[in-house]
Design a binder for this molecule. Structure first.
Ligand code: PMV
Length: 355
């Protein structure tokens, strides 16, 4: 390998969970299995440029730029993560590393970016590993390893290295599933689920009062901890069966049950974990009313925040867009919503595409 700077780039999407990962064991291992939709438009682009250090030392040497600015806070977090990765990626201390990262979803929308950013970062690191070891991995091993590395940064990021529906966590519902990494949940080509769309209704763009790390930690002593584990496992079993049989109503009711359960767990955790806003509840009511009156298969899910994801199928797009404009946008901050859909997963970028 030359002594020049080498550039690697990946664009990775965010994802939204239908079955929520909530609660973890040591080393970011999940208490329960989760299932998510990988998005298409909400992405993070990260470039890693690296060159061999002139003098050897055993410290991580990195600069981190976010939208062109050095962010000490991000730098510290990344340094911590890379130090944790050293047992698996000892070569990291032999290079000067420079990361340039950008999110394409609007700033301050309250959309968590850890899934897309940690998965883009992991993909860059595993590409670097291939280059420094001079050994190409099979695509299956490459993505599996990237998912594993992403998981160590943020659990949900493990799912963002694949497109479509993605499952993470060891479960009898999928033979090849694992707690260590995520696995694509493949659908038949003609399944209507391949055409899942997602409108993200931005009720508030304020930073959340409870971070997901704090939320996971609150589950350790939660009075409903065991109940949650068994609920999530049952929901995962039921939703995978409903996916197999194209039972859209069951998919919808389980996804909504998961969203409300996540918030119920937060509210009963003994913290002041109330993340829903009045606008969130208005949107839920409107979605239910509209579904009852039209019979459409739309449903909602909510992440650990106040914003609502309205999930629907492509063949209902016209009606849904007009419903959003007429009835839901009034509850969105500045009328803001993001028009997204299920996507195909990350893409590798050439050095010429560097930000
Ligand atoms: O990946 P983390 O540690 O930010 O946790 C994500 C947790 C949820 O977004 C609430 C649920 C999920 O499965 O994505």
């Amino acid at each position: 390998m030359s002594e020049e700077n080498i550039n690697i780039g990946w664009r990775a999407p965010s994802n939204i969970a239908l079955i929520k990962y909530w609660g973890k064991r040591a080393n970011q291992l999940p208490e329960n299995g989760s299932l998510s939709i990988t998005l298409e438009k909400s992405t993070t682009t990260t470039f890693l440029s690296f060159r061999k250090k002139e003098s050897g030392n055993s410290e991580i040497a990195l600069n981190y730029y976010f939208h062109g600015d050095r962010l000490p806070q991000f730098e510290k977090k990344t340094e911590l993560l890379l130090n944790n990765l050293l047992p698996e990626m000892p070569f990291l201390v032999d290079y000067e590393l420079e990361f340039h990262s950008e999110n394409n979803f609007p700033h301050s929308t309250g959309i968590a970016s850890s899934a897309s950013s940690m998965s883009a970062l992991a993909l860059c690191l595993v590409s670097m590993e291939e280059l420094v070891n001079g050994k190409k991995m099979s695509r299956e091993i490459f993505f599996r390893r990237s998912s594993h590395i992403a998981r160590l940064g943020s659990g949900s990021a493990s799912r963002s290295v694949y497109g479509g529906l993605v499952l993470w966590g060891n479960t009898p519902c999928l033979k090849e599933s694992s707690d260590e990494y995520a696995t694509p949940y493949l659908l038949p080509e003609d399944s209507r689920l391949n055409k899942l769309m997602d409108i993200i209704l931005i009720v508030s763009s304020m930073q959340k009062s409870v971070s997901s790390s704090k939320g996971h930690a609150l589950m350790n002593e939660h009075p409903y901890r065991d109940g949650r584990k068994s609920q999530a496992n049952t929901n995962l079993e039921k939703i995978t069966e409903a996916i197999r049989t194209n039972d859209y109503q069951t998919i919808a009711s389980i996804a909504e049950n998961e969203a409300l359960s996540l918030h119920a767990l937060l509210m009963t955790s003994g913290s002041d974990g109330l993340l829903l806003k009045p606008g969130t509840l208005h949107i839920i009511e409107e979605i239910k009313r509209y579904r009852d009156s039209t019979g459409l298969d739309i449903f909602y899910t909510i992440d650990a925040g106040p914003n609502v994801h309205l999930i629907y199928y492509e063949d209902q797009r016209e009606q849904v867009l007009s419903f959003v404009q007429k009835s839901l946008s009034q509850y969105c901050e500045g009328g803001q919503w993001i028009d997204d859909k299920m996507g195909n997963g990350p893409v590798q970028l050439t050095p010429e595409q560097k930000i």
